[in-house]
Design a protein around this ligand. Structure first.
Ligand code: 3HC
Length: 685
């Protein structure tokens, strides 16, 4: 049955799409739309058309699952032209998200009516492509060039109210959308000529007089767009909309679209779209597993982590009891949370009322006993097994039956922690990343005995607090930090062998990481995990710590920093490195960038393969989600496992074998990686 149906209301033909979950514009929808327009054209009694969608949203875009498969006619660019050329006025009735191809359908329609909660956007750039059904040509003509440029280059949507203000939406519909749209269609049914977006010129005129707008946009957003191909293509396409007649602009859009679509970045970003959604699914759980109800969350520890974790729940409207040992620490912690909220408000991203609302949900306490009323308790104290065991032993006596007991440990064995309680099935790891109120990633660590409903609750709650959750097994460092370890070890060894922190970091930044290993150490604190004995100097890091070169917070670490925290290479550090090389009898040599890639990135792929082989991650794409959201791996390279596939697993193995002597006696190749390389297989689909 076609997902498109038509019905008449007076002389208005109502065309309804019903293609759950998001009314993606797949082949059957496109075909149905073309037929519906033909029906309207052919029937004299039809004076106007309304296009609407059933379910949760207006068309949320082209069907991404069709990308890369043989094209099926009619293609979306043809469909939107057919809609625009309909001989009767067409009104798009928008609710939910009119995204991508969906907005292109709305732009080809002659009028747009939307509910106030609707969002309109062209997120294609997030999939490594650009709006390819006339969107780059029609949007600037309707919304204005500056707005279109920003919407299409960032992919961020705007709300219906703003869309109404700028003329992208003709009327806001409070109440029943279909009724409104039909009434609107009746109002405009006789207006001739029928207004077409493609023939409008008024808004592009303005930009014609100011062609510098494009270079200004490039300059202002260079940092955000760095490394990505799609934003620049978007800018070029909109430049064409301004500089060329409509048809030539469309041809330029098509050329750029095809170019992007055949590139690796588009493949990576589209892969990642599904990877992210796949990550929330846990294999092998009974399908009818119901989550537990979480009405109040408890957090132990009001330090940076505990405070950040609490803020997630407060922002989502979930009350939090936060417990500290001393009043002073409690006051300091809650003070920092308030300050963070106020900073967000100062940037206009929260109202004063929202700040007070969130803080009012917080109950600070000095008594663990106060956690008895919580449905989920998250421990975020010092990373020490004895301390954690002690706390979980106490919690076991305090927490109500069925409460979930979670540890925010980043390395420690969750099963060992669980074993100190009489209810290991209620224990789970919830590894937040710092700053916990900002970073999107949450590793949900599944213990040997963690109950299915605890896992389901964790995944659902993650969505509620707008995190992307990935399930990890119990192993040292779970997925992310476990892969980080060999990278850090090799990066440090490279220093001793002849590389500089600047060189290693540069290779990583050029690769697309937000920063390299040593920049990261300086930001996080070189002294994290240090033994705190300045007389015990066994490594470069010990030496830096002994000299209080603890990173950015001290104005010195692997780099020197000026008062604006701008780094410069440190001669002191260079000397320390060279002294260590000498002491350890290592002959310094020229290190190539390729060697840095092989020893710090290929080695991560190898560790990822081991994680997969040991079932510590459910799927390769979960590992990629961890690295993109937890560590800033460039999404246009998909993630370490997807990237390895693009490099070729044989090359990864060859590279590691080339380096084997330098990787030390602890290094072993992952049997899974070798097997896959030999079979010519990939990690990801
Ligand atoms: N094509 C195919 N499947 C899609 C899809 C699309 N465009 N958009 C969403 N889905 C699928 C998801 O994979 C998911 O499937 P699953 O249940 O099997 O995991 C399901 O729909 C629900 O999606 P979400 O979990 O993301 O649901 P939310 O309610 O959280 O979000 C949404 C809804 C805001 C519409 C979000 O799904 C979204 O942003 N989708 C992508 C929109 C987009 O990128 N559109 C542009 C497409 S490219 C294009 O139009 C090219 C054109 O210019 C030629």
């Amino acid at each position: 049955m076609s997902p498109i149906s038509t019905k008449r209301h007076g002389d208005v033909l109502i065309v309804t799409s019903n293609n759950p979950p998001v009314n993606a514009l797949g082949h059957a929808v496109r075909e149905g739309l073309v037929q519906a327009i033909a029906e309207a054209d052919a029937d004299d009694k039809v004076k106007a058309v309304v296009i609407r969608c059933a379910g949760q949203t207006f068309f949320a875009g082209a069907d991404i699952k069709e990308f890369g498969k043989p094209m099926q006619m009619p293609m979306l660019p043809q469909v939107v032209d057919i809609i625009e050329n309909c001989t009767k006025p067409v009104v798009a009735a928008i609710h939910g998200t009119a995204f991508g191809g969906g907005l292109e359908v709305a732009l080809a329609s002659h009028y747009r009516v939307a509910v106030p909660s609707a969002k309109l956007g062209v997120p294609e750039v997030k999939l490594g492509i650009l709006p390819g059904a006339g969107g780059t040509q029609r949007l600037p003509r309707v919304a204005g060039v500056a707005k279109a440029l920003d919407m299409a280059a960032t992919g961020n949507p705007i709300g219906a109210k703003e869309a109404h203000e700028i003329g992208l939406v003709d009327r806001l519909a409070e109440g029943d959308l279909e009724q409104h749209a039909v009434a609107f269609a009746e109002e405009v049914r006789d207006i001739r000529p029928i207004p077409k977006s493609s023939t409008r010129d008024d808004k592009v005129e303005e930009a014609r007089a100011n062609p510098a707008i494009f270079d200004e946009y490039r300059k202002a957003n260079a940092r955000k767009m760095k490394g990505f191909d799609a934003p620049e293509a978007v800018i070029k396409a909109i430049e064409a909309a301004v500089a060329k007649p409509y048809q030539e602009g469309v041809q330029e859009e098509r050329r750029l679209f095809m170019e992007l679509m055949s590139g690796t970045q588009a493949r990576a970003q589209q892969y990642f779209f599904f990877a992210e959604r796949q990550a929330s699914k846990i294999d092998g759980l009974p399908e009818d597993t119901e989550p537990r109800a979480i009405a109040r969350v408890g957090v132990i520890g009001a330090g940076t982590m505990g405070g950040g974790i609490s803020m997630n729940f407060l922002s989502a409207g979930i009350p939090v009891t936060i417990v500290e040992m001393a009043q002073e620490a409690l006051d300091r912690g809650t003070g920092v949370m308030r300050k963070n909220y106020e900073a967000t408000a100062a940037k206009g991203r929260m109202t004063g009322e929202q700040v007070e609302g969130a803080m009012a949900l917080l109950k600070p306490s000095l008594k663990l006993e106060d956690l008895a009323e919580c449905d989920l308790i998250i421990e975020a104290v010092f990373e020490n097994m004895d301390v954690k065991k002690d706390i979980f032993g106490k919690l076991d006596k305090i927490a109500k039956p069925g409460a979930i007991l979670a540890s925010n440990t980043s390395y420690l064995n969750v099963d060992e922690i669980a074993a100190t309680t009489s209810r290991p099935e209620d224990v789970v790891g919830l590894h937040f990343f710092s700053p916990a109120n900002i970073m999107k990633l949450l590793e949900v660590v599944r213990g040997a005995k963690t109950a299915p409903d605890v896992l389901v609750t964790a995944m659902q709650l993650a969505k509620k607090i707008r995190k992307v959750a990935v399930v990890a097994g119990v192993c040292h460092g779970f997925i992310g930090n476990r892969m980080l370890m060999p990278r850090q070890i090799e990066a440090t060894k490279l220093l001793l062998e002849g590389a500089t922190p600047e060189q290693v970091d540069r290779v990583h930044v050029e690769f697309g990481m937000p920063m390299g290993p040593f920049q990261m150490a300086d930001l996080a604190g070189v002294d994290i995990g240090w033994h705190r004995d300045p007389s015990r100097i066994e490594s470069i890091r010990d030496q830096l710590c002994a000299m209080e070169r603890w990173g950015q917070k001290k104005g010195a670490g692997f780099y020197d920093y000026d008062d604006k925290r701008r780094p410069s290479p440190s001669p002191v550090v260079q000397q320390i490195i060279e002294d260590f090389s000498r002491k350890e009898g290592i002959a310094r040599r020229e290190i190539s960038d390729q060697e840095i890639i092989e020893r710090t990135l290929y080695i991560m792929v190898n560790e990822g393969a081991k994680i997969l082989d040991e079932n510590m991650a459910q799927r390769a794409s979960d590992i990629d989600v961890v690295w993109v959201y937890g560590y800033g791996w460039p999404v246009y390279r998909g993630g370490p496992m997807f990237w390895a596939d693009t490099v070729g697993l044989k090359e990864i193995v060859d590279g590691l074998e080339r380096q084997e002597d330098r990787l030390g006696s602890d290094f072993t190749l992952s049997p899974l990686l070798v097997r896959k390389a030999e079979a010519g297989e990939k990690f990801t689909r």
